[in-house]
Design a protein around this ligand. Structure first.
Ligand code: NAD
Ligand code: UGA
Length: 432
C-alpha cells in the first residue's frame, strides 16, 4: 500500500508507543514507525506481551500493528525513509556533573539529534514530543543545521499531556494539543502538516499554536501546576491531622469553587511517576540559571512538601505501632505510582518500602500489575520482602496493612475478612 505520509517516532516508551499507536489508528493512510535503542522493548511491542500495562492500549495495537504501525530496531534506515520525525526519548534528571539532581539530562535527546543529521538524505520535520527545558529546540536546530548541506530541518515542539492509566482516552480526547513553531514560511508549513494529522480526530479549537519557547515551557508549567495542587492539599492534610478537620471535607468545600475546581485535590502519600518531580526540578534549575532564585525556591517547595508527606506517613506508622516495627510483618497494598498502570517510576511505595525495611520490618508487597517492576526497584535492598499478588494471601498474618495505590480493586476488598486474618492489634494505614 502507498502511504500518504511516513512518520517516525524515536523512543518507544510510555509516550512514544501509545501516542504513535493513536496516530496510526486515526490515520490509516499514514505509515507510522516507532524505533528504540532498546531491542527488548521493540520485541515486546511486537509480541502479545506489550512492554507495560495501559488500559485499552492492546486494542489499539491490535487494530494497527502490521498494517500501518511498525516497531523497528533499524533506527538509521528509518531516519532515512521517513519525512516527519517525532523525538520521544527519555529526559531524566541529571545525576552527575553540573546541575546534578536538578537539570534535565539531555544526552539521549542530543544523540538523537546527531543521529537524525547523520542519516538524513532529505529534508525533514523534527518534532520534540519529549519534555525539554525551554530553549532546547534552539540546540536541536544548531545541531541539525551544522552540516550546511541542502537538506533542511524544521524543528517544532508538540509536548504530550497524556497521563498514564488514562493514556488512550487522553490521546483520543485531549483537552488540547499544543504546537509550537517558528512564524516563518517553512515553520508555518510544517505546523500545517501537524495540524493535518491531529484534525483527523481532534476538533480544531482544541489544537492551539504558539511560538516554540512557549510550547516547551507550557509543558513544564502544566506539570508544575498539577503537582503544586497535590502538594497544596497534602500540606493542608498535615494541619487537618492536628486539628480534627477532615481533609476530604475541606477538599470538597474548596474544590466546589469553580475558580479552584475539584480535580487533583486528593490528599495522600504524595505524587509519584516519572515526570512531576523531574519536571519541577528542571523548572527550578531553569529559574536558578536565569537568576530567579525566589521563583526557584517557590517551586522547589512543591517537591519538599511531597517528601515531607512521605516522611510524615512513616512517622505516623511508628507512632501508632508503639515506636517499633522490627520483626513485624507489614503488607503494602499497591506498588504502582497510581492505579491502572504497571509503572513504578518514583512511586512513593519505593520510599515507604525502603523505610519499613530500614526499621527491620518484614514486608509483603501486593499489586495487580506492578510486582515485576517492584522486584526490580527493590533488588539488592537488605531485608525480608515477599511478593504476593492475591491481597487476601498477602495480608494474612500481617501486623499492618498499608494502602499505597488507588487501585479500584482495593475499594471492594472484604476488610473484615482481612482483619480476621491479621495479628492483633491490627493496623491499617491508608495512603490515598
Ligand atoms: P521512556 O523511558 O518510557 O521511553 C523513552 C525511550 O527512548 C526508551 O525506551 C529509550 O530506550 C529510548 N531511547 C533513548 N535514547 C534513544 C535513542 N538515541 N534512540 C532511540 N531510542 C532511544 O520514557 P517516557 O515515559 O515515554 O517519556 C519520554 C518523554 O516524554 C520524557 O521527556 C517525558 O518527560 C515525557 N512525557 C512522559 C509522559 C508519561 O506519562 N510517561 C507523559 C508526557 C510526557
Ligand atoms: C502527569 C500529568 O497528569 C500529565 O498531564 C503529564 O503528561 C504527565 O504527568 C507527564 O508529563 O508525565 P501522570 O504522572 O501519568 O501524568 O499521572 P497523574 O494522574 O498526573 O498522577 C501523578 C501522581 O500524582 C500520582 O502519583 C497520583 O497518585 C498523584 N495524585 C494525583 C495525587 O496524589 N492526588 C491527586 O489528586 C492527583
Amino acid at each position: 500500500m502507498k502511504f500518504k505520509k511516513k512518520i517516525l517516532c524515536i523512543g518507544a516508551g510510555y509516550v512514544g508507543g501509545p501516542s504513535m499507536a493513536m496516530i496510526a489508528f486515526k490515520c490509516p493512510d499514514y505509515r507510522v514507525t516507532v524505533v528504540d535503542t532498546n531491542p527488548e522493548r521493540i520485541d515486546a511491542w511486537n509480541s502479545s506481551q506489550l512492554p507495560f500495562y495501559e488500559p485499552g492500549l492492546d486494542n489499539v495495537i491490535k487494530k494497527t500493528r502490521g498494517k500501518n504501525l511498525f516497531f523497528s530496531k533499524d533506527i538509521d534506515n528509518q531516519i532515512k525513509e521517513n519525512d516527519i520525525i517525532f523525538v520521544c526519548v527519555n529526559t531524566p534528571t541529571k545525576n552527575y556533573g553540573a546541575g546534578a539532581h536538578m537539570a534535565a539530562d539531555l544526552q539521549y535527546w542530543e544523540k538523537t539529534a546527531r543521529q537524525i543529521l547523520k542519516h538524513s538524505q532529505s529534508s525533514k520535520i523534527v518534532i520534540e514530543k519529549c519534555t525539554l527545558p525551554v530553549k532546547t529546540a534552539l540546540a536541536m536546530e544548531k545541531i541539525l543545521s551544522s552540516s550546511k548541506g541542502k537538506i533542511k530541518f524544521e524543528v517544532l515542539s508538540n509536548p504530550e499531556f497524556m497521563a498514564e492509566g488514562t493514556a488512550i482516552s487522553d490521546l483520543e480526547n485531549p483537552d488540547r494539543v499544543l504546537l509550537g513553531s517558528h512564524e516563518t514560511k517553512s515553520g508555518l508549513q510544517a505546523r500545517a502538516q501537524l495540524i493535518e494529522i491531529y484534525t483527523r480526530w481532534i476538533p480544531s479549537d482544541r489544537i492551539i499554536t504558539s511560538n516554540i519557547w512557549s510550547s516547551e515551557l507550557s509543558k513544564l508549567v502544566a506539570n508544575a501546576f498539577l503537582a503544586q495542587r497535590v502538594s497544596s492539599i497534602n500540606s493542608i492534610s498535615a494541619l487537618c491531622e492536628k486539628t480534627d478537620a477532615d481533609i476530604t471535607e475541606v477538599a470538597k468545600a474548596v474544590g466546589m469553587d469553580v475558580r479552584i475546581g475539584n480535580k487533583f485535590l486528593n490528599a495522600g502519600i504524595g505524587f509519584g511517576g516519572s515526570c512531576f518531580k523531574k519536571d519541577i526540578l528542571n523548572l527550578v534549575y531553569l529559574c536558578s540559571y536565569y537568576g530567579l532564585h525566589e521563583v526557584a525556591s517557590y517551586w522547589e517547595s512543591v517537591v519538599k512538601i511531597n517528601e515531607f508527606q512521605q516522611q510524615r506517613f512513616i512517622a505516623g506508622m511508628l507512632n501508632s505501632m508503639f515506636q517499633t516495627l522490627a520483626g513485624k510483618k507489614i503488607c503494602i497494598l499497591g506498588f504502582a505510582f497510581k492505579a491502572d498502570t504497571s509503572d513504578t517510576r518514583e512511586s512513593p511505595a519505593i520510599y515507604i518500602a525502603q523505610k519499613l525495611l530500614a526499621e527491620q520490618a518484614e514486608i509483603v508487597i501486593s499489586d495487580p500489575r506492578a510486582l515485576k517492576n517492584a522486584a526490580v526497584d527493590l533488588a539488592g535492598i537488605k531485608g525480608e520482602i515477599k511478593y504476593i499478588e492475591d491481597p487476601y494471601l498477602a495480608t494474612a498474618g500481617c501486623h499492618a496493612v498499608v494502602v499505597l495505590t488507588d487501585w479500584n480493586l482495593y475499594r471492594s476488598l472484604d476488610f473484615k475478612k482481612i482483619y480476621r486474618s491479621m495479628v492483633k492489634p491490627a493496623f491499617i494505614f491508608y495512603g490515598r
